[in-house]
Write a protein that binds this ligand. Structure first.
Ligand SMILES: *Cc1c(COP(=O)(O)O)cnc(C)c1O
Length: 390
């Protein structure tokens, strides 16, 4: 039910627009019969091994690489890949700060030290130019992270790494379906890591995988996911997760078509908006349109924190885009950073809007209609917000 008066706002005690809420997570529900028929034959050890093998083969084929190793999460995919790739005797792992909130934790888990670099303000990604100045004699590895919208300059980072004799690992979690200069993500660098978390393009409940062109690395990763490895923990992917992920992989084009319709609806509805600008996906690359990131324009009359409070109360689960940046967060482990002015400014500017399997085009229209309604009542709402915090 649309709002009539500001007292109708959920933040001020009215009933929320969405119950259940609409999310920024992908939350795909693949065909349940398909999932069950993949799972049933895998409920014994031989069947489980076959299912895992099929999943790894189909993923390798999808990413156009010879090898794929499935593991229990994106986090562990990164841990195992970092352990396998970091140069022995070196300590620093170079990474962007405007990125996934746990990326530095992953590095700290391996006993190495995160060293943060800037992002390119155009791509919001680490690039050869932003990474170069942070390479030292103690650099063990570069992690190139693909941002939420489009990809980082993977070839540029490969060339930089080669020139310095360094390995480069890509975090491809946000770019599963994408290409860089026509080449599918998955085959860049020494390896690339991915996730099957429910919030990602392919939902395996939870899980992850590593792709690589190198056979010995794939062998080492297969050994490292066993409980007998140096971590003493199993990083294996459970059969139910593998079945869910495989069904999701087989339906991925359908999900991308849905995401594309949502994206186009946002682009169309916000085309002349004085308030929000949609970050555009590339027209020349293949892309998944998974998340909608908007830049908040100066004419929008509320702070981002107030906007999120107003939206979230209504069940519109918008989120900040990678804020605070990693180097701005308190950390109990060693890390190296300098002031990162681009990153700090960019961390204030963006917001994720509802998207994914559970969101439809009507939700998009309603959400933007609601935002416009807020703007048209901005003075009243702002004074009410001030009272609330006074
Ligand atoms: C979600 C995410 C991960 C971690 O994946 P999990 O499976 O949740 O551990 C790593 N990198 C990026 C960029 C992510 O978005």
């Amino acid at each position: 039910m649309p709002k009539q008066h500001i007292a109708d706002l959920a933040l001020f005690g009215g009933s929320p627009l969405y119950r259940p809420p609409i999310s920024t997570s992908n939350l795909v529900r693949p065909d349940i019969e398909g999932f069950l028929s993949l799972l049933k034959p895998a409920l014994n050890p031989a069947g489980e091994t076959r299912l895992l093998h099929t999943l790894e083969q189909e993923l390798a084929h999808f990413h156009e690489v010879p090898h794929c190793v499935a593991v229990c999460s994106g986090f562990w995919a990164l841990v195992l890949a970092i352990q396998a790739l970091a140069l022995p005797g070196k300590q620093e792992v170079l990474m962007p700060s405007l990125t996934y909130r746990r990326l530095a934790d992953v590095v700290a888990w391996t006993g190495l030290t995160p060293r943060f670099c800037e992002v390119d303000p155009q791509t919001l990604a680490i690039s050869a130019a932003t990474a170069k100045s942070q390479i030292t004699a103690n650099t063990a590895l570069i992690i190139g992270v693909h941002p939420i919208v489009n990809c980082c300059d993977a070839q540029g980072l490969e060339a930089l790494a080669n020139a310095h004799g360094l390995p480069v690992l890509f975090d491809g979690v946000e770019s599963v379906y994408e290409t860089v200069q026509g080449k599918r993500v998955g085959g860049f660098g020494a390896a690339e890591c991915f996730s099957f978390h429910a919030s990602k393009l392919i939902n395996g409940f939870e899980g992850g995988y590593i792709t690589t062109r190198t056979a010995p690395l794939a062998e080492a990763l297969r050994a490292a996911r066993l409980p007998s490895s140096r971590n003493g923990m199993s990083a294996s992917l459970p059969a139910a997760h593998a079945a869910m992920a495989l069904q999701g992989l087989r339906e991925v084009a359908t999900q991308v078509a849905h995401n594309r319709a949502i994206y186009q609806r946002y682009v169309h509805t916000l085309a002349n908006s004085p308030y929000f600008e949609v970050l555009r996906f590339s027209d020349t690359e293949q892309t998944s349109y998974k998340n909608i990131v908007v830049k908040i324009k100066p004419d929008w009359p509320f702070s981002r924190a107030h906007t999120l409070a107003l939206f979230n109360a209504e069940g519109i689960l918008s989120r900040v885009y990678y804020a605070p940046a990693l180097h701005q967060k308190p950390m109990r482990y060693a890390h190296i950073s300098q002031p990162l002015p681009h990153t700090e400014a960019l961390a204030e500017q963006f917001m994720l809007m509802p998207s994914g399997y559970q969101v439809n085009e009507q939700h998009v229209e309603e959400t933007i209609g609601f935002a416009n309604w807020l703007a048209s009542h901005a003075p009243d709402i702002s004074s009410r917000l001030q009272e609330a915090t006074a």
